[in-house]
Design a protein around this ligand. Structure first.
Ligand SMILES: [Mg+2]
Length: 233
């Protein structure tokens, strides 16, 4: 059983990115980090700094590329307002709260659940490959009704997209060959070009209308869809 993605391209299995591809958490980590900082500052009668959002975003970016763990990022962030021992306890409380909200609060991407169901009914192997930390990513999948899918999380596999090792782990899990495996994602560099560099078929589902320059620069063998509803109709 195969899935035709274009007149020339057919695959035997598909991997999916999670965030902004299968569903949206509406900046769950960032907005809860900001609230914790404001509460921490208020508890000590202090004001938060002016560049609070920029500071949190920069720390999250370092966590996303694996230079900090998420706990380290949050501990540094709260360390501006709290003594280390209290910051540590607040990091633990924050983790639990973020996971609990993710478990119920994800907004599914249009057509995502139906697309996965159609593929599975047809016997097509499907898995999720995502950069992030556990148990947050597992909670997101649960919220989207996709926790039955095999899930490869960067924290577990020890490789972050766009590293080829991450896509190799996906292909190995799906039991196919790279050139017969599609990877579907919203991020041009991390998902699309990363998958293509690892010899997979890249499917781009941009979150908003792509810039004309991005489309012109796109390799001709990248499949672009507006929503997941267009995949395997
Ligand atoms: Mg994404």
């Amino acid at each position: 059983m195969a899935v035709r993605l274009s007149p020339e391209i057919e695959v035997d299995a598909l991997g999916f990115d999670l965030d902004h591809t299968l569903g949206f958490d509406d900046r769950l980590e960032l907005r809860t980090m900001l609230r914790y900082a404001r509460e921490a500052a208020a508890s000590r009668g202090a004001a938060v700094g002016g560049a609070l959002r920029e500071h949190a975003s920069a720390l999250l970016a370092l966590a996303r590329v694996g230079q900090l763990t998420i706990d380290q990022a949050m501990a540094i962030f709260l360390g501006a307002y709290l003594p280390a021992s209290r910051a540590k306890a607040e990091v633990a409380r924050w983790r639990e709260e973020v996971v609990a909200e993710a478990r119920v609060g994800m907004r599914p991407a249009p057509g995502a659940r139906a697309c996965i169901e159609r593929l599975q009914v047809r016997g097509i192997p499907v898995a999720i490959l995502t950069n992030g930390w556990s148990p947050l990513q597992e909670a997101k999948a649960q919220s989207l009704g996709l926790s039955h899918l095999p899930m490869l999380i960067s924290e577990h596999i020890g490789a972050l997209k766009p590293a080829p090792e991450a896509f190799a782990a996906l292909v190995s899990r799906l039991g196919t060959r790279p050139e017969r495996t599609a990877y579907v994602g919203d991020d041009l560099d991390g998902d699309v070009l990363g998958a293509r560099a690892a010899a997979l078929v890249a499917v781009w589902v941009p979150e908003r209308d792509p810039a004309a320059a991005d489309l012109r620069a796109l390799p001709h063998d990248v499949v672009t869809v507006r929503t997941l509803a267009e995949l395997a109709p």
